[in-house]
Design a protein around this ligand. Structure first.
Ligand code: C2E
Ligand code: MG
Ligand code: MG
Length: 403
């Protein structure tokens, strides 16, 4: 059973919040001193409404202490300061590994608060009742709940034994509503531990160097899939993710060109996505490789744009054809004017540099509507579809076309 903790030094505010929350929570505990609150034991289902300005121990110190206690509960931050302070505190809490559901400026609307709390509770119920198949889980546990920490050898074996497979997430042309392409996202179908998501093994692959073989396996699978679709008369552009170490081999453009030629594919049907951090290494070599890839007809996309620091200079130097606005801005854009301003600026920037702009992480119709108003070219996100197996992708497409 979830419990609500209200931590606010202001007696009146905390009582008001408690009485508003009573329609959602049966168990509520109010603390006017954060030090007393920190003595409580917390469970992962609990929700904490935390005021940032408190005389004895402020919100930021409380956040640090909660993280030291390895707190798994969900935080909602509150402050009478401007939105910038709340946002920084939220970032800080996330950096400390805490879960933050929202930040609220004071005075807090009662309806907004109760909607938020009931939303959080129903999400928890949903998570408990369904067995999610497509929600990435950072910690991997099998049916017996035994943790599985893969090693580089496990990963190499997985590649050799063909345990890696690709799911394809649709990308939709926001002007015509047609399928504009798919992003290939790798999964590891482990014989004992089930489906493992990339966030749990790509960092290991990158640290150990296994990423070079992994990307090659991914590209092989994507090219084979593309050839299969082509044989069925379906021309679907595929984007694959590549890492820093993949853009260090000067032979890569030629190898890739031979591969697509062998499969009689048009290189323009293959988009290579990379993040800004992938470009931080030996820039002259990567510039050489990326320019030759473009010259050979491949497309280049800059992924998670807006999260790195080198954005503008990289964009100017590297011949990208597509810019993908990071999903964190897209997800917040309807409720947060600053995220919306970032998305709008990215769209304008991409267009000025002759790039197609993709918004990823579209989860609802309202976000989609706003993106269309901002002239975003392509959309990707759970609102359209989650990453799908090749069979389900074709079914999804047929359903949309009403075939
Ligand atoms: P990414 O390239 O930014 O891919 C988008 C991720 O966001 C995917 O997670 C996708 O399932 C998820 N996503 C898409 N739409 C939504 C949405 O509306 N809401 C939410 N909450 N999430 C959404 P996934 O498949 O777990 O991949 C995570 C990351 O792993 C990718 O981020 C990419 O950086 C990396 N990755 C995946 N496949 C490969 C690969 O083959 N090679 C390399 N090097 N990295 C890969
Ligand atoms: Mg990507
Ligand atoms: Mg991305």
């Amino acid at each position: 059973m979830s419990k609500l903790f209200i931590v606010d030094d202001d007696l009146l505010t905390s009582e008001l919040l408690a009485s508003a929350a009573e329609i959602v929570f049966t168990e509520i505990a109010v603390f006017n001193d954060a030090r007393e609150f920190l003595e409580q034991s917390l469970s992962a289902d609990d929700i904490i409404l935390l005021d940032l300005q408190m005389p004895t121990l402020d919100g930021v110190e409380t956040i640090r202490k909660l993280s030291q206690k390895n707190c798994q509960a969900t935080l909602i931050l509150m402050s009478g300061y401007d939105a910038g302070v709340l946002r920084s505190a939220e970032e800080l809490a996330k950096d400390h590994g805490l879960t933050v559901a929202a930040n609220l400026s004071k005075p807090i609307g009662i309806k907004k608060l109760t909607d938020l709390l009931s939303g959080l509770l129903s999400k928890q119920d949903l998570n408990q009742s369904q067995n999610p198949t497509e929600i990435p889980s950072p910690s991997i546990t099998d049916e017996t709940n035994a943790p599985f920490t893969p090693t580089a050898d496990d990963l190499t074996r997985a590649i050799d034994e063909k345990q890696l497979l690709l799911y394809y997430q649709p990308q939709v042309d926001l002007t015509t509503n047609a399928l504009s392409g798919v992003e290939a996202l790798v999964r590891w179908q482990h014989p004992e531990h089930g489906m493992i998501y990339p966030d749990s093994f790509i960092p290991l692959a990158e640290q150990s160097g296994v990423i070079v073989r992994l990307t090659s396996a991914v590209i092989d699978m994507a090219v084979n899939q593309s050839a299969l679709w082509q044989a069925q008369g379906k021309h679907i552009k595929i984007s694959v993710n590549i890492s820093a170490q993949n853009i260090t081999s000067l032979l890569m453009p030629e190898q890739l060109k031979s591969l697509v030629k062998l499969n009689q594919l048009d290189p323009a049907m293959l988009m290579l996505e990379m993040t800004e951090s992938a470009l931080m290494g030996e820039i002259t070599t990567s510039l050489d490789i990326l320019t030759r890839l473009r010259l050979k007809g491949f497309q280049l996309s800059i992924d998670d744009f807006g999260t790195g620091f080198s954005s503008l200079s990289q964009l100017h130097r590297i011949p990208f054809t597509e810019l993908k606005v990071d999903q964190s801005f897209v997800m917040d854009m309807v409720n947060d004017p600053q995220s919306c301003a970032i998305v709008e600026t990215c769209i304008m920037l991409g267009h000025k540099l002759n790039m197609a702009v993709v918004a990823e992480g579209i989860e609802d119709a309202q976000t989609l509507k706003r993106l269309k108003q901002l002239n975003c070219d392509i959309g990707q996100g759970y609102h359209f579809a989650k990453p799908l197996s090749p069979e389900n992708l074709i079914k999804w497409q047929a359903n949309r076309e009403g075939v």
